[in-house]
Design a protein around this ligand. Structure first.
Ligand code: 13P
Length: 263
């Protein structure tokens, strides 16, 4: 099954508008004309979305498409109203956002987001035709106590519960083992492949073999230029969600280049 890889940068709480501009001035010329067979997504903080959309609109003027797609790091599960600090999916659409990360482990842990809330956000993102990047993953304690399958199975079942087949296909799953995020410890390619195959089988159980063979599953957790090619060679890994190593234009470029198998 032909699944187009995605390399997505999750900048977390880094880079306001001026640093976003500096990054893009360096990064866009690097990818220009490379025609990588993948989608490149950058998810900056909310306040930098107007800047990135303005720069990408200008960069794509007169050419046949935007070189980079824009992601948001979160979205509200509500339409509008008295939700201080929240940003709606419709506001994101106005800024040309195409992807929205939901359920990142930092939000699950620090903001206490539940599977139910994450499911509501995922559904709301689809209402606005955004592609959710739905994050799942186990902690080290859960892995070591043999709970990997139970944890992933609950997260996948709760997140994708009752979705239309089309919405499942427009959702991108990101498997991010919590113990590998920002720690410098990467899951081995064997561990990552095993978890990705498990997630794909869980999707098959919920939404059928066709959806499972077409849905894209990204790996996240200390992805770097040095391990991108090995991870991407795994049959069930369809790209990467990159934190720290996406903050520097050359390193994000190298992840994409090596991940696409370019010499
Ligand atoms: P690091 O690449 O910094 O480990 O972060 C991964 C991540 O959380 C991406 O969403």
């Amino acid at each position: 099954m032909n699944r187009k890889p995605i390399f997505a940068a999750n900048w977390k709480m880094n880079k306001g508008p001026s640093e976003t501009e500096i990054f893009l001035k360096s990064f866009l010329p690097k990818i220009h004309g490379q025609d990588f067979p993948c989608e490149i997504v950058i998810a900056p903080p909310f306040v930098s979305l107007p800047k990135i959309s303005e720069i990408l609109r200008d960069a794509s003027a007169g050419s046949d498409g935007q070189p980079v797609r824009i992601g948001a790091q979160d979205c509200s599960c509500h339409d509008a109203g008295a939700y201080t600090g929240e940003v709606s999916v419709f506001m994101l659409r106005e800024l040309l956002v195409q992807y929205a990360i939901v359920g990142h482990s930092e939000r699950r842990t620090i903001q206490g987001e539940s599977d139910t809330l994450i499911h509501a956000k995922l559904r709301k993102a689809r209402e606005a035709m955004l592609k959710p990047v739905f994050c799942i993953g186990e902690t080290l304690a859960q892995r070591e106590s043999g709970e990997l399958e139970r944890v992933l199975s609950t997260q996948v079942a709760e997140g994708l519960r009752g979705l239309d087949p089309k919405d499942v296909l427009e959702t991108v799953i990101a498997y991010e083992p919590v113990w590998a995020i920002g720690t410098g410890v990467t899951a081995s390619s064997a561990q990552a492949q095993e978890a990705h195959a498990l997630v794909r089988s869980l999707v098959a159980g919920l939404h059928g073999a066709d959806a499972a063979s077409r849905v894209r599953i990204l790996y996240g957790g200390s992805v770097k230029p040095d391990n991108a090619a090995e991870l991407m060679a795994c049959p069930d890994i369809d790209g990467a969600l990159v934190g720290g190593a996406s903050l520097e234009p050359q390193s994000f470029f190298e992840i994409i280049r090596r991940g696409c198998g370019r010499p």
